[in-house]
Design a binder for this molecule. Structure first.
Ligand SMILES: [Zn+2]
Length: 133
C-alpha cells in the first residue's frame, strides 16, 4: 500500500520497513545508500521517482542546495507584494507552495490576511472595489 508522507513522497513497505519509493528505486539500481546521504528529486517533484530524476547528495550538500533556493527572499517578497499567491510563486521558482510558506516563516515575512486575499481575488477578477460607501 502506498501512502504519502508530509513531504509529498510516496511511501511503501519494502524489506519489512516503511521507506520512500525514491530510496527503493535508487537502491535497486545503485545499491545501498551510504550513511549521511539523501536522495534529491531533481525536478523538485517528490512524486516523480524515475531514476533520471533522483540524485544522491550528502545531507550537507542537500541542505545547502535547498537553502540557496530560499535565499532570493527579496524576490519572493516582491512577488508576494505584487499580489501573487504562494502557489504561483512556487511555480515561478520550481518548488512547492509549502517551500514558499516555509521560506516566509523562516524569514518572518508577514503573510496576507483573509481580507487582503479577498481584495486581491477581487482585483484579479476585474471587479472594481468600492471602499467605505
Ligand atoms: Zn532535495
Amino acid at each position: 500500500m502506498v501512502n504519502i508522507d508530509k513531504f509529498g513522497r510516496p511511501r511503501i513497505w519494502a524489506n519489512g520497513k516503511r521507506t520512500t519509493v525514491s530510496k527503493v528505486v535508487w537502491e535497486a539500481i545503485n545499491g545501498p545508500i551510504l550513511k549521511g546521504h539523501v536522495i534529491h528529486h531533481i525536478d523538485h517533484n517528490p512524486a516523480n521517482n524515475d531514476i533520471s530524476n533522483l540524485k544522491l547528495m550528502t545531507r550537507l550538500e542537500h541542505d545547502k542546495y535547498h537553502n540557496t533556493i530560499l535565499l532570493d527572499i527579496e524576490k519572493l517578497k516582491y512577488e508576494y507584494a505584487s499580489g501573487k499567491s504562494m502557489s504561483e510563486i512556487g511555480k515561478l521558482h520550481n518548488c512547492s507552495e509549502r517551500t514558499i510558506h516555509r521560506a516566509f516563516k523562516k524569514n518572518n515575512i508577514p503573510t496576507r490576511s483573509p481580507t487582503d486575499r479577498a481584495i486581491i481575488q477581487h482585483k484579479k477578477s476585474g471587479h472594481i472595489m468600492s471602499v467605505g460607501v
